[in-house]
Design a protein around this ligand. Structure first.
Ligand code: NAD
Length: 481
């Protein structure tokens, strides 16, 4: 099938024998587009093109790289409404969220355009007489990228922008479920003046294109975002390959939000509902585990239910929608499975959890809130990745902190409190990479590091100036004058 949306290999839009249909989850009768499904051969051609482009691109001046990234940023920002609409149509987050994410991609490119000009090194006196030591950063080489479906433009942007800024060549395989936003992003960057072969897009199956990327000997590094199960395979393949690949993994979460008795109730409810359910709960930083102190528990549950009654679940593109559909049938099946598991474990479904019918056929699920759950239950321990959250009641701050940290994951955590003492203690003692006080666990800035601990992340942080730890490699050079 000659899909209109082709792979970008060596600067050419290249047809593939097979295509996949990108379906709108708000209206399954609406086909967003037909996207090429790459093969191992396509992937090999993309890596060969990146290899050929690397010597020249890695020696470009910071000014040349700045200009490409800045131009890409300008076009993304100028077209953010249209890109946001495409994103919401293919992924199902609301239009406001889609436009916000597209704008973020533009801001990320502007930030990393600036990073091109800020690159520098160090001169260090040697311990030996007459010797000078220079510490510089160089590109890593060809960076392979594998991305998930839930942030279809922001995640490709926060991987591609620093990779190019630091002089690397890129082969990206976006999520097969929602390739449209990544395709549009790559098109913009390519037209911003990149030499051919520097950036290559190969869409397709993880088990085919992704696996071939992991196994290719010329790929020096892999940046992966996705589930823990796939992340483990990615890391194992990177270590098994010869030479070994540098690897960075951003994976799942079971992020806790602690609500203490002294919290401002209105703030806590907003923070919880936003963090747990917005973007249909399909955020790695979603606070799906609400840990609530006994004194505020009943008031908090009641206020959350009232707030959830006012939340509109509908077509992502419709004005007035607060929460769009679940991304596809298999994710919906997973959400429903966990709702059943929580019930079977003895949780009380305090609100929602019903399938909803709307004007168009789509994967509409009412947000589900469980009470009377413990931290030992599967609903507290496993990532659902949907609009499903549960409340664990605790007696005091110490128990709240212990429960918050009692998890395999460690991406983001939050606390709602008016106590400086508890807020300060929580920031220091929470075993998560990102900690929020009176703010949702999801929703981060683009110019500071992003990432987690324990089972959520592996390798250097993404985003902000810290991204250079992954996208560059340090050289120490000695000179006898
Ligand atoms: P996934 O692991 O199923 O897929 C991620 C990517 O890996 C896709 O592009 C997929 O095609 C590819 N893939 C699958 N099998 C592969 C293989 N054998 N070899 C190489 N590539 C392969 O994840 P998903 O369902 O797309 O995304 C949801 C997950 O992503 C959730 O667990 C979520 O928490 C996580 N996530 C994490 C972050 C973060 O920054 N921590 C951000 C967003 C999403």
């Amino acid at each position: 099938m000659n899909a209109p949306f082709k792979n970008l290999i060596d600067g050419e839009w290249t047809a593939a024998a097979h295509a996949s249909r990108n379906i709108n989850p708000s209206n399954t009768g609406d086909v967003v587009g037909e996207y090429a499904q790459g093969t191992v051969e396509d992937l090999n051609n993309a890596v060969a093109a990146a290899k050929a482009a690397f010597p020249a691109w890695s020696r470009t001046t910071p000014q040349e790289r700045y200009e490409v990234l800045k131009k890409a940023s300008d076009e993304i920002l100028a077209r953010k409404d249209e890109l946001g609409r495409l994103l919401s149509r293919e992924e199902g987050k609301t239009l406001a969220e889609g436009i916000g994410e597209a704008a973020r991609a533009g801001q990320i490119f502007a930030f990393f355009a600036g990073e091109c000009l800020r690159a520098g090194g160090e001169m260090v006196p040697s311990v030996r007489p007459g010797v000078g030591v220079e510490i510089t950063r160089e590109p890593v080489g060809i960076v392979g990228m594998i991305t998930p479906w839930n942030f279809p433009i922001a995640i490709p942007a926060w991987k591609i922008a620093p990779a190019l800024a630091w002089g690397n060549c890129v082969v990206i395989k976006p999520a097969d479920l929602v390739p449209g936003s990544a395709w549009a992003l790559v098109d913009i960057i390519q037209r911003a003046g990149l030499p051919k072969g520097v950036l290559n897009l190969v869409m397709g199956r993880g088990s085919v294109v992704g696996q071939a990327l992991l196994e290719h000997k010329d790929v020096a590094a892999i940046s992966f975002t996705g589930s823990v199960a796939t992340g483990r395979k990615v890391a194992a393949a990177c270590i098994a390959s010869s030479p070994m690949k540098k690897v960075q993994l951003e994976m799942g979460g079971k992020n806790p939000l602690v609500v203490l008795d002294d919290a401002d109730l209105k703030t806590a409810v907003e923070v919880a509902v936003n963090g747990a359910f917005f973007s249909t709960g399909q955020r790695c930083t979603a606070s799906s585990r609400l840990i609530v102190q006994a004194g505020i528990h009943d008031r908090f549950v009641e206020a959350c239910i009232e707030r959830l009654k006012g939340v509109v679940v509908d077509d992502a593109l419709k004005a007035g929608t607060h929460i769009g559909p679940v991304v596809d049938q298999s994710q919906l099946d997973q959400d429903l499975k966990y709702i059943q598991i929580a019930k079977d474990e003895g949780g009380r479904l305090a609100f929602g959890g019903e399938l909803l019918k709307r004007e168009t056929p789509g994967f509409y699920l009412q947000p589900a809130l469980f009470t009377e759950t413990t931290n030992a239950m599967r609903i507290s321990r496993e990532e659902v990745f949907g609009p499903v959250a549960n409340i664990v009641r605790v007696k005091d701050y110490d128990e709240a902190l212990a429960v918050a940290n009692d998890t395999e994951f460690g991406l983001s955590s939050g606390i709602c409190t008016t106590s400086l003492k508890y807020a300060t203690h929580f920031k220091r003692n929470s075993e998560a990479g990102m900690v929020m006080v009176n703010l949702p666990t999801a929703g981060v800035d683009y110019h500071v590091p992003f990432g987690g601990r324990k089972g959520s992340s592996y390798g250097p942080r993404e985003q902000g100036a810290y991204a250079k730890e992954f996208y560059s490699t340090v050289k120490t050079a000695y000179t006898l004058a």
